[in-house]
Design a protein around this ligand. Structure first.
Ligand code: FMN
Length: 268
């Protein structure tokens, strides 16, 4: 959502959102992230439009922001934790939009001061969704082929390298569909998942990498991991993340291993 209504966000919604920001600060790789909320009503002199570039974001009530130390897989952790926050914001009736490229980090840092070694990988405007999308919003969504997602066969595989179809593995069916529907920078959908026995191995297809100061594909993988875990947990399917690289890249040397979800049976 890039266009918001001019309505204010109710105080109790903001309070709930603030609680979500502090409830977990470590992702699956153990990196700590800090999150904050820029509330326009506390900065009446501030032009919030100036936080995003190209006039892409219309009438945001505020911004959800965050920072992480540069480090091994810290972007995956940031993607994972920030998506959890954005899904909770959505549950509270708010609109959000990941912004990795089209925001001004120095402006955000003037309101959310950074500690030494930290970066702001991405932020999100939030507010009450507008009834109608603006023309710029519609254009950007069209440009990024927003409604389109890759089919199952291009994203999910079995251990012999054959594509999976919907319905092949009922236990993780909904989790994989949530990966497929996840947002990703420029809608590049870099996630690849191989199901082998009790494990779902998550890979990043490096062909989808683009040169940029922040490696967006790692954020995308964190988002997809959160979607997968959240759906499985909601359905009562137990499991945990582990880092246990399989000995093969399943015929795809361009895939970079990220992590595996280990399904656990009852009582384990
Ligand atoms: C890590 C990340 C960075 C993104 N950066 C931007 C951005 O800078 N500007 C923007 O307008 N949209 C940005 N997006 C939104 C994507 O373009 C959008 O999620 C994708 O095109 C799919 O569209 P949909 O989520 O509306 O289905 C970003 C999304 C992600 C996950």
């Amino acid at each position: 959502m890039r266009t918001f209504s001019t309505e204010s966000v109710p105080q109790e919604t903001l309070e709930e959102l603030r609680r979500v920001l502090v409830c977990e600060d470590q992702g699956p790789f153990g990196n700590r992230c800090r999150f904050g909320l820029i509330d326009s009503s506390l900065h009446p002199q501030l032009d919030l439009g100036s936080l995003s570039s190209y006039g892409v974001i219309k009438n945001p009530y505020g911004y959800l922001v965050g920072a992480v130390q540069k480090g091994d897989r810290s972007l995956v952790d940031y993607g994972y934790l920030f998506q959890r926050i954005l899904l909770e914001a959505t549950r509270l009736g708010l609109g959000t939009c990941w912004l990795g490229g089209t925001f001004r980090p120095e402006k955000v840092a003037s309101l959310f001061p950074l500690e030494s070694g930290e970066i702001i990988p991405a932020v999100s405007p939030f507010g009450i969704p507008a009834e109608k999308r603006s023309i710029v919003d519609g254009f950007l969504r069209w440009g990024a082929s927003s409604k389109l997602r890759k089919p199952w066969g291009q994203l999910f595989y079995d251990a012999s390298g054959h594509s999976l179809k919907e319905g092949d593995i009922p236990l993780v069916q909904d989790g994989l569909e949530a990966v497929r529907l996840a947002p990703s920078a420029m809608n590049r959908q870099p996630w690849r998942v191989v199901i082998e026995g009790q494990k779902a191995h998550f890979f990043l297809d490096t062909k989808e990498d683009r040169k940029s100061p922040v490696r967006f594909t790692e954020l995308d993988l964190g988002i997809a991991m959160y979607h997968f875990e959240a759906v499985l947990r909601e359905e009562g399917t137990k499991g945990k993340w582990e880092f246990d690289p399989p000995r093969t890249s399943y015929g795809h040397p361009e895939w970079e291993y990220i992590a595996s979800w280990l399904l656990r049976g009852e009582g384990e």
